[in-house]
Write a protein that binds this ligand. Structure first.
Ligand code: DLL
Length: 440
């Protein structure tokens, strides 16, 4: 199902021509309106005229998160703040918040992206959409809300949290689509079961549009089984617009990038050169028609790849793979690079444990220490010491065999690890010197 079929199924050559036209306009717009871009283009010796093909984007300098922080709050906006209609911001827990603006046109574009995403999962204006992403400065709640309204769905603006009420409403209002983070979807499933329901059969819910954090294949399957839904991964980031930069259609194989609004590049984070389709690298995004906060070549630090080939759903916009992780989430455990989502994929193969886990980094003496806490299922017997040791050994062997890592494994009882209502906190870093683990 399509929301804007003429754009979603456009011939890719025509789509590229549209991208090039918009890219040229956007570069002129940024150069003329934002001092930062004028300066950075001039320093790199490029001007908006330097673009003759999409590949010429390579000549332009990157934008990084620090640039947004350095220009806090409105220094990278292309319009006066009083001419914008909405502001969103990242939480700023790891530094100065990044602030992005939207004109009415930007909100319209954003809503179109999300309306397309809802349609691509097989839903139309009759769908009942429960939005359990947080509302507020975070882009998840209001972003999904704009899209559901644009699609003319019955929109339930729950925001995150208040799980018991979410379940009650999901049942009483007969929600079809749930929008929230994967970890919160799993929490809701567990809560429903705790309340005596079998959500897979008792609720009409048929799909989840889940994103904002990584989710392993096993965890995704667990959500699908427990809630009786299909899960569609949705990707986006506040610096670029919010959710809806890319989303998985009903084929559930890769996320179609809204290529008429965003130009995606995948680069090698070391050489900064583009990698061929199919190869993993860092996602770099350029907005093609943003008015308030246009952005050129934003280095997202997210690791993905372009999936070559056409999608049977008929949408011609290219697909990116589900994210492998972020360069700055990568752990280096005794020289081995590993993402938390890879650890999740290994541990969730064991029936005796749940998907609730936490990686705790600390310093012992002068060395970094990695503790992996995993919650067991309620039926697991902690009294049987041998059984506990056997399970720890099996999980430890699997981590070693699959990822070549050795960690200090701790099995903990049900509900020991704090549940998230938004993005799950998988890594707690208590180390004295933290930067040794951080990516570039
Ligand atoms: O998380 C926007 C969003 C809201 C996306 C709701 C999807 C659904 P930020 O808070 O700025 O924006 O965080 C952006 O979250 O760079 C990724 O590292 C991560 N992320 C977003 N979507 C996914 C996903 C929103 N589908 C950062 N899978 C991004 C894995 C994701 N990680």
């Amino acid at each position: 199902m399509y929301y804007q079929p003429e754009i979603e199924t456009m011939d890719h050559t025509d789509l590229e021509a549209l991208q090039l036209k918009r890219l040229k306009e956007s570069l002129v717009y940024c150069y003329e309106r934002i001092d930062f871009y004028k300066k950075s283009f001039d320093e790199a010796g490029v001007s908006p005229d330097s673009i003759e093909s999409l590949a010429d984007i390579e000549k332009f300098p990157f934008t990084v998160k620090q640039d947004l922080r350095d220009h806090y709050p409105f220094g990278l906006w292309a319009v006066d703040k009083r001419d914008a209609v909405r502001v969103h911001a990242s939480s700023g827990t790891t530094g100065q918040a990044t602030v992005v603006g939207y004109t009415a046109h930007d909100l319209d574009v954003w809503a179109d992206c999300l309306a397309r995403d809802i349609a691509s999962t097989g839903h139309d204006e009759h769908a009942i959409v429960q939005i359990a992403y947080g509302y507020g400065l975070f882009t998840g709640g209001l972003g999904a809300d704009n899209g559901a309204l644009k699609m003319k769905c019955l929109t339930i603006p729950m925001s995150s949290g208040n799980s018991q009420r979410q379940i009650q409403i999901m049942k009483d209002f007969e929600s079809d689509v749930l929008c929230c983070t994967p970890s919160y979807a799993l929490n809701l499933a567990d809560k429903a079961i705790e309340m005596g329901y079998n959500p897979a059969t008792d609720f009409p819910l048929s799909a989840g549009i889940l994103g904002a954090e990584p989710c392993s294949e096993n965890m995704r399957q667990e959500i699908e089984q427990k809630l009786g839904i299909t899960v569609h991964d949705i990707y986006g980031l506040s610096e670029v617009i919010g959710p809806g930069v890319a989303c998985e259609c009903r084929e559930q194989h890769g996320l179609h990038v809204a290529e008429d609004h965003f130009l995606i590049e995948i680069i090698d984070p070391e050489t900064l050169k583009p990698v061929p389709d199919g190869e993993w690298g860092e996602v770099v995004l350029t907005s093609l028609d943003r008015e308030a906060s246009p952005i050129i070549r934003y280095r997202t630090r997210d690791i993905s790849r372009i999936l070559p080939g056409d999608c049977p759903c008929g949408i011609t916009h290219r697909r990116m793979d589900r994210l492998q992780g972020r360069t700055d989430d990568m752990l280096i455990i005794r020289g081995v690079n590993v993402f938390p989502s890879q650890i999740e994929q290994v541990i969730t193969q064991f029936d005796e444990v749940t998907s609730h886990y936490q990686i705790i980094l600390s310093t012992i003496g002068t060395l970094d220490h990695v503790e992996l806490q995993i919650e067991t299922v309620p039926e697991f017997e902690f009294d049987e010491i041998k059984q506990v040791e056997r399970l720890k050994k099996r999980i430890g062997d699997a981590l070693k065999g699959n990822l070549q890592i050795k960690v200090d494994l701790k099995l903990v009882g049900p509900l020991t690890i704090a549940r998230s209502e938004g993005k799950a906190k998988r890594v707690i870093d208590n180390r004295e010197v933290k930067n040794a683990w951080e990516g570039n």
